[in-house]
Design a protein around this ligand. Structure first.
Ligand SMILES: *Cc1c(COP(=O)(O)O)cnc(C)c1O
Length: 406
């Protein structure tokens, strides 16, 4: 398979770096982006050629960085369904609400997309010891893909990370540490230990390839909608790779001439009031976010008080004509219950905040009721037993059954 990567580029300064060697951040301390010869991709790959390809993210092989197929580490990252949600749409009074259900991916979250690429590239570049700070799902995904590749993984997570994330890392054999701090503290530990331990740092946006994996969300969405992008995308934002990756996908698709219109969706970056650095920076008109103090949310995947790609998220949101918004932490269980009870779609708590944002933005008129709206269900609700606190009523078989109350 020919490879179309030309170089890597600092996302802040544009400085160029060679492909095919190990990279973390740029000299300026910012994320690196993979660049492709898109004119050559355009000549080599007619859009129609995708039709006969397997229904997983490797169908976009020409837009991915792996050189040698033998290095691909995969658990079959399936194309995720784009579900219609008419009953949920009706409850918001909107015509078209679509849910891209990323919970179907290996390890139950879209982190699989990023880690499939990061671990494949680690194998290609000869790296054997990988380490990551995680809010939960990234650790689970790294643990699984490292196991699949026979590589060593070390995971640092806050000690109140959802229990399922803790156990999935343990089961997959990652060296897993609970830390009495936040993901930013875990990130510091990886940074401090890496020289001595020989780790490669797989933190969000501190290596270039998780972004390429998450980019495939945007490629898939475009293909599923017949190469016509929706009007609005609501996206739960933590480190921001998903949103930045989708923006990159749409740029690359436009350069390939694959999109039917040049119209881009407005990105709505959704956060919880429990951790809202991006929403705060957006409201203040700032390009770089200030660390959010006292971050606390059941939506653990978006409990990221400081993001190395903050300016990339804010740039992408503003360029799209969208906005960033935090909705009340206390409403998360209610939104989860609404989606599950209306549609049988079990939204993760991260995605639940998108419904809060949708309600507010419809009221404000920032989203019109006749627009095509897409939300990403970034993970499986089943990974968050902590987010639902309701106690179910009990029946005691030693007592008469209260049939009038059943
Ligand atoms: C990591 C994560 C997020 C945040 O994703 P980013 O792309 O890093 O902003 C959202 N939801 C879930 C379930 C996650 O695991």
């Amino acid at each position: 398979m020919p490879n179309f990567v030309t170089h890597l580029e600092c996302s802040l300064t544009g400085e160029r770096y060679p492909a095919g060697v190990v990279h973390n951040l740029s000299a300026a301390g910012r994320p690196l982006c993979v660049r492709y010869d898109l004119a050559a991709v355009r000549a080599a790959l007619p859009r129609e050629a995708l039709r006969d390809r397997p229904a997983n993210l490797w169908r976009y092989r020409e837009l991915l960085p792996v050189r040698d197929d033998a290095n691909i580490v995969s658990l079959d990252e399936t194309i995720t369904p784009l579900l219609s949600a008419p009953r949920l749409a009706a409850s918001f009074g909107v015509e078209q609400l679509l849910v891209k259900d990323e919970s179907r991916l290996p390890t139950g979250s879209f982190k699989a997309r990023g880690m499939a690429l990061a671990v494949s590239m680690a194998r290609e570049l000869g790296l054997t010891r990988l380490a990551v700070p995680t809010a939960g799902n990234a650790g689970g995904a790294l643990a699984a893909y490292a196991a699949r590749a026979g590589l060593e993984a070390t995971v640092f997570m806050p000690d109140d990370t959802p229990i399922i994330n803790q156990k999935e890392c343990f089961l997959a054999g990652a060296k897993t540490w609970l830390v009495n701090g936040l993901i930013t503290d875990c990130g510091r530990l990886v940074g401090e230990g890496k020289a001595q331990k020989g780790w490669f740092d797989v933190s969000t946006l501190k290596e270039p390839y998780r972004l390429e994996g998450k980019k495939t969300m945007g490629l898939e969405l475009a293909e599923q909608l017949g190469w016509e992008l929706p009007d609005v995308i609501l996206y739960p934002t933590g480190g921001g790779t998903g949103l930045i990756g989708m923006a990159k996908a749409f740029d690359e698709l436009a350069a390939l001439g694959w999109l039917r219109h040049d119209r881009r969706p407005r990105f709505i970056s959704c956060q919880s009031t429990g951790c809202a650095p991006i929403a705060t920076a957006f409201a203040r008109g700032e390009r770089f976010a200030t660390k959010f103090e006292g971050a606390a949310t059941v939506a653990s995947g978006i409990r990221v008080p400081a993001a190395v790609g903050d300016f990339l998220i804010l740039d992408a949101v503003r360029a799209s004509g969208g906005l960033a918004l935090a909705t009340p932490e206390a409403d998360i269980p209610r939104w989860m219950q609404l989606a599950a009870s209306k549609e049988g779609i079990a939204l993760c708590p991260e995605t639940a905040v998108c419904l809060g944002a949708l309600e507010v933005l419809l009221e404000r008129g920032a989203i019109r009721r006749d627009e095509r709206i897409v939300i990403f269900n970034t993970g499986a609700a089943q990974k968050y037993p902590e987010a639902v606190r309701e106690q179910l009523p009990r029946l005691d078989l030693a007592q008469p059954i209260p049939w009038d109350r059943i």
